[in-house]
Ligand binder design. Structure first.
Ligand code: BGC
Length: 461
């Protein structure tokens, strides 16, 4: 970590922390909540590394006041949480379950009282199980159901939420939930999962219209991005035409991960995606999907290495480890420059089509353990955040309009298929007692966000 002080960020820059419902709330049947695909998946044997479920998670349902107080102590100006669809519509359709919405109503009021902007994600992967039973995101009707749900939430919270995020990482949900089956709902369809991409995007577009009818607050989507590079013996792979298999593999992976959900959102239609069946796309869908958004949410964790696939592989690329980087406890390469590259790359690729960006997730897992005095020191996380904030600052200097940064995550939480084995929090959680202990990165982030700001940039004024 460099000893140069972190340069100031523009006045009005949004500093936040992110969480998601199933990863922290627990209370799976409280106030009439129905089952989601993650309840089903986590309870099935062998799906989650440590055999755990989100039944209790961080018990945030009962401890939200303590968690808002932690955010207040952190000095952040925004909190990105997600609303659990199965709390609002336990069966996935029909009128709102008012007691479920009451929880978010109180949360939003508590945040406002603490001077923290509520940023609500409508869908962070917890589809009501009855909708999955009817085909889930492979089924076109789910898009319409999502817009109805968006309307119900906006009718209740629309006057107070400061930024709406329709979907979280539709790429990860499609690829791991429907492509490889490592996540709920556990379908392993490879490229036949494409309808789950299209119907999520269609649901997003319909939800944007539903939100606009209820609220004047800005609307966004949070996508996951990963700069792609050719790894390994690239030269050996390159054909005489100068654009060999390795480059084709990188372009195919880039189209899948970085463009599939952004080209159509920004009005460019789908990229060429070998193997994807376009039958799900109907006349008029692309116009719905391209409804203008006010902010692009960018979630970034790491870059990706690819090489040409082996003969007979069902995929047009093979993923490989990138050498030469330090790694998090997840094994992910720590590459802050990748964030600058991706932010400037979005600007280059989309030009004036690109709305202002907020980094809606950035963070890392380490095996943080309390010391003999109960303190939790996490210098690697401080170095990680410092490096990634420098990358954001450099991208702003490069002319990219970045107006916010949210750390993933406020709390150590239930990390999907990894269960409780990966800790991403600024606050340590003892899952046996639910005791919360701010780590040294919490103090570091507080000092960072409460420093004097620099001059405003055009979009943060
Ligand atoms: C997701 C989070 C997750 C984080 C770390 C993102 O893909 O939005 O829910 O915990 O990455 O894996």
């Amino acid at each position: 970590m460099t000893t140069e002080p972190l340069p100031p960020f523009p006045a009005g820059f949004r500093w936040g922390v992110s969480t998601s419902a199933y990863q922290i709330e627990g209370a799976p049947t409280a106030a009439g909540r129905g089952p989601s695909i993650w309840d089903t998946f986590a309870h099935a044997p062998g799906r989650v590394a440590d055999g755990s479920t989100g039944d209790v998670a961080c018990d945030h349902w009962h401890r939200h006041a303590e968690d808002v107080a932690l955010m207040s102590g952190l000095g952040v100006s925004a909190y990105r949480f997600s609303v659990a669809w199965p709390r609002v519509q336990p069966g996935g359709t029909g009128p709102a379950n008012a007691p479920g919405l009451d929880f978010y109503d109180r949360l939003v009021d508590d945040l406002a009282a603490a001077g923290i902007d509520p940023v609500a994600t409508l869908y962070h992967w917890d589809l009501p199980q009855p909708l999955e039973d009817a085909g889930g995101w492979l089924h076109r009707d789910t898009a319409a159901r999502f817009a109805e749900y968006a309307d119900l939430v906006a009718a209740r919270l629309g006057d107070r939420v400061k930024l709406w995020i329709t979907l979280n990482e539709p790429f990860v949900h499609m690829s791991m939930g429907y492509g490889t089956g490592e996540h709920a709902p556990g379908r392993a369809l490879l490229f036949d999962a494409f309808p789950a991409a299209h119907h999520q995007l269609l649901g997003h577009g319909l939800a944007v219209a539903a939100l606009r009818a209820r609220t004047a607050s800005p609307v966004a989507i949070a996508n996951n991005y990963s700069p792609v590079s050719v790894a390994g013996d690239a030269d050996a792979d390159r054909a005489a035409d100068g654009r060999g298999d390795a480059d084709r593999a990188a372009a195919a992976y880039d189209a899948l991960h970085n463009r599939l959900f952004t080209d159509p959102l920004l009005g460019l239609g789908y990229p060429d995606l070998p193997g994807a069946n376009p039958e799900a796309v109907r006349d008029g869908d692309l116009a719905v999907i391209a409804a203008p958004i006010d902010v692009l949410g960018v979630n970034y964790y790491n870059p990706t290495g690819v090489r040409a696939p082996d003969e007979g592989s069902p995929l047009p690329f093979e993923l490989v480890e990138l050498a030469g980087y330090p790694r998090t406890a997840f094994g992910w390469p720590v590459a802050p420059d990748g964030l600058r590259e991706l932010l400037t790359g979005l600007r280059e690729r989309y030009g004036d089509r690109l709305p202002p960006i907020q980094v809606t997730e950035s963070g890392c897992a380490y095996d943080d353990v309390p010391d003999a005095e109960g303190r939790v020191h996490d210098p690697e996380r401080i170095a990680y955040l410092d490096g990634h904030l420098r990358a954001v600052r450099a991208a702003i200097d490069d002319g990219v309009d970045v107006t916010g940064y949210f750390v993933w995550s406020l709390l150590d939480n239930w990390e999907w298929a990894e269960g409780f084995t990966k800790r991403f929090g600024l606050v340590h959680v003892d899952f046996a007692t639910q005791a919360r202990t701010p780590k040294s990165s919490y103090a570091w982030f507080r000092d960072t966000v409460t420093r004097p700001a620099g001059p405003a940039s055009p979009s943060t004024e």
